[in-house]
Every structure is written in structure tokens, then in C-alpha cells.
Design a protein around this ligand. Structure first.
Ligand code: M6R
Length: 608
């Protein structure tokens, strides 16, 4: 949602903050702002609606010299995107300034109370109340004042607070929104994501909910909200600053699509042992896994589509009921949950509020919760009894690509591992799966090569009125994900549909300007899928088929074919989605869209 960065140390804070904000921009880009305590002891604030580039233009070369500051990129929740609502927000005295990610749910009540007490609040935001609560509590010690203010807040927050009169001190706090501390030599950082600070330090502390971090240059003292010290380990970020850069590609999305073979390899590293699949992360919960009799998967967006593959495999291999529900609906109609229910929460960021809330509900009702996430130290890992990491490296583009394929492969391994433990996956099937998994990264490379044709195809399809994507069985999640990619980045309407449902309504949308994209890879449902494809042809729709190399029949039936290598059906989702990602990418480029930061979206959605 929003991106936060703070710095205290010997460097010029302005450039450090702007650099951090640029790297965090994928989290939100409705507005951006920085605050600095200048060498003269003044509080300098500049903030603008729009992207970080707008802020930078506004600053020109008048960023004052300062060794401390904080910055923010916003994805609006309370109050429209405007200069006034942009963070940082300050108190009445103009000495205290705050940046915030999350939502203060009781801000209306707090605002009325503050106004009645004589405070002057200028913006429409929930955040501004925090600056004034800190002001009201301040008696010469910023950390004490922040802790006191926190006790009044309900909702979610990652906060960084600075006081003009304590010009080397930053105070950060988190509850249900990510915040990490970075420790350098004689300098300290706060950030909502390591991408903002990894160029300066790899030594980080992942704050836990309820933590308050009191930073001076090179040191951080962590307490709870009552002021009692808490110990948090220092972790080392395993990826370089370069890993978060575009690496020569025009967009992060294109880079991340090309990283998929490597990401798949990384996701399987240490998990394929000769002819077996083994996720060590599950070892501490083996006793409970032995007793599961139902699987519920929860996820949002792309992660939800990946989870459909997981649910199908849990059901097929374990022989127990398994299904997937979007996290935001799960809570309103929760299924029966007991200690024999395995709940798998799938989330790239690990910070998606809907998924965290659903996982918490499941945990409270006694379920065994396993998180499948890309983000070590993220909130979901604290809700889960065990966490299985995607190991995909940072994903910067808002549109998920490499985390979709690594989610699918991780869920395949997870289902296989549990099925093996329960004695429900025979050795021959497991060996076949391991062999297919080992071939997958090279096949993903081949799928990327074969999809080069999507660039030219996009030229012919970029002016379509919309698209209909269809698939069956393991082709269905690929169709859903392909449609989501088009919607997100090209702003064209696309429906993702179970192919058999086409004739029950949406077929009326098809005509010469609404192409049909059919995931028609080799499978047990191939013939049925071909019938659905023909239904589209008969309505004058151009047909793009994703098909398995060597399929001689499909070329006669489709207008265009995107070829992918042959694999086992459960893995076909991974290869089929690759040309659909690239097709969506090139359509968006042809339409002149902001591919990496599409309008109205945020990489990580930390509000419900
Ligand atoms: O971080 P998460 O995996 O929990 O995020 C879930 C969705 O918000 C995310 O997949 C979203 O749909 C992406 N923009 C898809 O490209």
C-alpha cells in the first residue's frame, strides 16, 4: 500500500530518502513527500500529489542539507490524492512529523477529541491525528510520546515519527503493516520494505506487531508499546540492490517474466531430494499434518488463482475435501474449521490484510495454518504454524508474474510432500513428478523463447474491445491469471472463464472485436476445450490458442498459436501462463500504459 523510509546518520538524508522512495514506488504512487530536520535545526517538508518524480521536480536543487529525515509514497485510503493529504503530516507546533502506512480506524473519534482540545488539523487523512496525539503526549522524549499515542490507536499502522528538537532520533512502530529497521555503520534506517535500503545496508530487523523502534545513528532499541525492551534478531537480506533493479529490461515486469526459470529453480532448491519432494519447513508440524482431514486455501488475486492448483492437487492426491476461497470472502462464510483442518494462506507479500485476517480467524478456530509467501519476516509468517517461502527474489512490478509460477510450483511440492507423508502418493507418481519438476526451469526458458511472437501478435490485438480467456482443469487458473494480467496493465476488459461456462452466457460477448484466448494445452480435457474454442470461432471471434508443441491439429483451428513445451498436467499452468504474461505485457506497451505501476493499484494491499 504505502511506502515508508526513514534515515538518521552521516549521509545527506534527502538523496537517501528520494532513492528509497523510488524503489518503494510500486507500493503506492498517488503522492510522495519527505521531511528533514536541516543542519539549521528547521523542519523542512515537501510533498506533492503524483509520483516521486513530481516531488523531485518540486524540490529541484533546493533540498536542504540534513542528516535525518523521513519519506513516504502514498496509496490513498482516507482522503483523495492531493498535496494536502500527502504525507508527512505535522502537529500544531510544526516540530513533529509523521509518515504512516495503514488505517487508523478510530480516527474520526480521535479527530473530534483533538479539535475539541484546540488542535488544528489541516488534512482529510487519518494519519494527521497521530502527529497531534504525539504532540499532546510529548514531554521531552519522543519514544515515550509515540508509545503513549499508540495506546490510543485502533487499526493498522507502520509509523515513523521525527521531532525537530531531537535531531538524530527516529521512532518507528508497527501493527499489522510491515516495517523494518536497517542498521549500517553509524547510520540507521526504517523502511516498509528492504528494497528501499538494501543499497545501504543488508543488516535488518523485522519488527513484530506491537514493536516500537527507537533509532539513533547506528543503534536501534526495540520495546513493546509499554516500553519494556524486546529482543529481535538481526537478519541479513540475501539479495543485492541490483536484484531490485531492472537489469537492462524496459520494465520490471519484463525482467521478472524472464527471471521465471531462475525463480523456479530457486523455489525448488533444497526441496527435491533424489526421487522425493521434501519441505523441511513442515518438519515441526508433521504430527499435526498426520491428522488433517480437510484443506482450505485462502488467497487474493494472482495468489488465489495459484491456490486453485494447490486445492485441486490436495484433493486429488490426499483424497480429502480441499478448496480455495478468496480471503476477503472467507471470513463472512467460514467453513467448518477444527484442529484437523489445514489452512494454506498464499500471499506473495505476506502483508495482504484480507489474507492475514482470514488466516487469523482460521488459527483462532484451531486450524493448522501454513503460509506460502515470498517475504521472510512478513505478517503472515506470524499467523502461521509453518511458513514455506517462494524463494523467488524481490518482485517489483505491481503485476505478479514470477511469484505466480513459484506459488504454483511451491503448492505442487507442498501437496506432494503432505500426500507422501500420509502415504497417499505412490513412489512411481512421485518420481514422475520430481523428474517433471527438474525439467521445468528449462521448459520455462523455452516457453519464453517461443512466446517471442506475442510482441507482433500484440500489434494486431491491442485495439480489441476486450478479451475472453477460457480454460479447463489446470488450464483454468492460467486463463484467469492471463485475463487478470490484461486487465491490470492494459486497462482492457478481459473475462477469465471456465471454458464449459462459455455457452452459459458470456459467449454473447464474442465477436470480431472480442478475441477468445483458449488455454488448450495437452490434457484429459483437450477435446472438450477444442469444442469450446470452436464455439468461439463460429461467432467470428479471432482465437488465440496456447497449445502444446507438436499439436498439429490446433493450427487449423486457431488464428494464432502460442506454443509451450509438454509437461505433466499439474505443471501445465506454469508454462501456459508465460505466453499470456508476455502477450499482456506487449498489449500494454502498445497501448502506452504504465506497465510497472498501473493506475489505481498497489503491490501490497494492506487494507481490508
Ligand atoms: O501479496 P499477495 O500475493 O497477497 O497479493 C495478492 C494480490 O493483491 C495480488 O496477487 C494482485 O492480484 C496482483 N496485482 C496481481 O498481479
Amino acid at each position: 500500500m504505502c511506502g515508508i523510509v526513514g534515515y538518521t546518520g552521516p549521509r545527506e538524508a534527502g538523496p537517501v530518502l528520494l532513492d528509497g522512495l523510488r524503489r518503494l514506488e510500486y507500493r503506492g504512487y498517488d503522492s510522495a513527500g519527505i521531511a528533514l530536520v536541516t543542519q539549521n535545526g528547521d523542519l523542512f517538508v515537501e510533498k506533492r500529489a503524483g509520483k516521486v518524480a513530481v516531488l523531485q521536480d518540486a524540490l529541484g536543487n533546493r533540498t536542504p542539507s540534513a542528516g535525518i529525515g523521513l519519506g513516504h509514497t502514498r496509496w490513498a485510503t482516507h482522503g483523495r490524492p492531493s498535496d494536502l493529504n500527502a504525507h508527512p503530516h505535522s502537529d500544531c507546533t510544526g516540530r513533529i512529523t509523521v509518515v504512516h502506512n495503514g488505517i487508523v480506524e478510530n480516527f474520526r473519534e480521535l479527530r473530534s477529541e483533538l479539535l475539541a482540545g484546540g488542535h488544528v488539523l489541516a488534512s482529510e487523512t487519518d494519519t494527521e491525528v497521530v502527529a497531534h496525539l504525539v504532540e499532546a503526549a510529548y514531554e521531552g522524549d519522543l519514544a515515550d510520546a509515540v508509545r503513549s499515542a499508540l495506546r490510543r490507536l485502533e487499526g493498522a499502522y507502520a509509523l515513523v515519527v521525527m521531532h525537530r528538537d531531537e535531531p538524530d532520533r527516529l521512532v518507528g512502530a508497527r501493527l499489522n503493516a510491515p516495517l523494518i529497521v536497517g542498521l549500517g555503520d553509524d547510520e540507521s534506517f526504517l523502511a516498509s520494505d528492504a528494497a528501499a535500503i538494501v543499497a545501504y545496508t543488508k543488516r535488518v530487523i523485522f519488527l513484530a506487531d506491537g514493536d516500537v523502534a527507537d533509532l539513533r545513528p547506528g543503534t536501534a532499541t526495540i520495546t513493546d508499546r509499554a516500553g519494556a525492551p524486546v529482543d529481535r534478531p538481526v537478519d541479513i537480506i540475501p539479495w543485492s540492490a541490483e536484484a531490485a533493479e531492472k537489469g537492462g529490461y524496459a520494465h520490471f515486469m519484463l525482467k521478472e517474466i524472464h527471471e521465471q526459470p531462475e525463480a523456479l529453480t530457486a523455489a525448488m532448491t533444497g526441496r527435491l531430494r533424489h526421487d522425493k519432494i521434501c519441505l523441511e519447513e513442515l518438519d515441526p508440524i508433521r504430527d499435526r499434518l498426520a491428522g488433517i482431514d480437510r484443506v482450505e486455501m485462502i488467497a487474493c488475486g494472482t495468489a488465489y488463482y495459484a491456490s486453485l492448483v494447490g486445492a485441486a492437487l490436495f484433493q486429488e492426491w490426499l483424497g480429502v475435501p480441499a478448496r480455495s476461497t478468496v480471503s476477503s470472502e472467507f471470513r463472512y462464510s467460514p467453513p467448518p474449521i477444527d484442529p484437523h483442518t489445514l489452512v494454506v494462506a498464499v500471499t506473495q507479500s505476506g502483508e495482504t490484510a484480507d489474507t492475514i485476517a482470514a488466516a487469523r480467524l482460521a488459527g483462532d478456530r484451531g486450524a493448522l495454518v501454513v503460509a506460502v509467501t515470498n517475504t521472510v519476516g512478513s505478517a503472515i509468517t506470524r499467523e502461521a504454524h509453518a511458513s514455506v517461502f517462494l524463494q523467488a527474489g524481490p518482485e517489483v512490478a505491481v503485476a505478479a508474474t514470477k511469484t505466480f509460477v513459484t506459488q504454483v510450483v511451491t503448492l505442487v511440492m507442498l501437496a506432494a510432500d503432505v500426500a507422501h507423508q500420509l502415504g497417499r502418493l505412490n513412489a512411481e507418481a512421485e518420481l514422475g513428478l520430481v523428474k517433471a519438476l527438474r525439467r521445468l526451469p528449462a521448459q520455462a526458458s523455452r516457453a519464453i523463447e517461443l512466446a517471442a511472437s506475442t510482441e507482433e501478435m500484440a500489434e494486431r490485438y491491442a485495439s480489441a474491445n476486450g478479451f475472453m480467456y477460457i480454460g479447463r482443469a489446470f488450464g483454468y487458473p492460467a486463463a484467469l491469471e492471463g485475463a487478470l494480467k490484461i486487465k491490470e496493465i492494459s486497462y482492457l476488459h478481459a473475462e477469465g472463464y471456465a471454458a464449459g461456462e462459455l455457452k452459459h452466457g458470456p459467449i454473447s460477448l464474442l465477436d470480431a472485436d472480442v478475441p477468445l484466448v483458449a488455454v488448450a494445452t495437452r490434457s484429459a480435457v483437450y477435446e472438450k476445450l477444442i469444442s469450446n474454442l470452436m464455439e468461439g470461432r463460429a461467432r467470428d471471434a479471432r482465437v488465440i490458442a496456447v497449445a502444446t508443441e507438436g499439436d498439429t491439429e490446433i493450427e487449423r483451428l486457431a488464428t494464432d498459436v502460442c506454443w509451450v513445451p509438454d509437461t505433466l498436467e499439474p505443471l501445465s499452468t506454469i508454462l501456459a501462463v508465460i505466453p499470456l504474461q508476455l502477450f499482456a505485457y506487449y498489449v500494454a506497451v502498445k497501448r502506452g500504459r504504465d506497465v510497472d505501476q498501473p493506475r489505481n493499484l498497489a503491490k501490497s494491499v494492506t487494507v481490508e
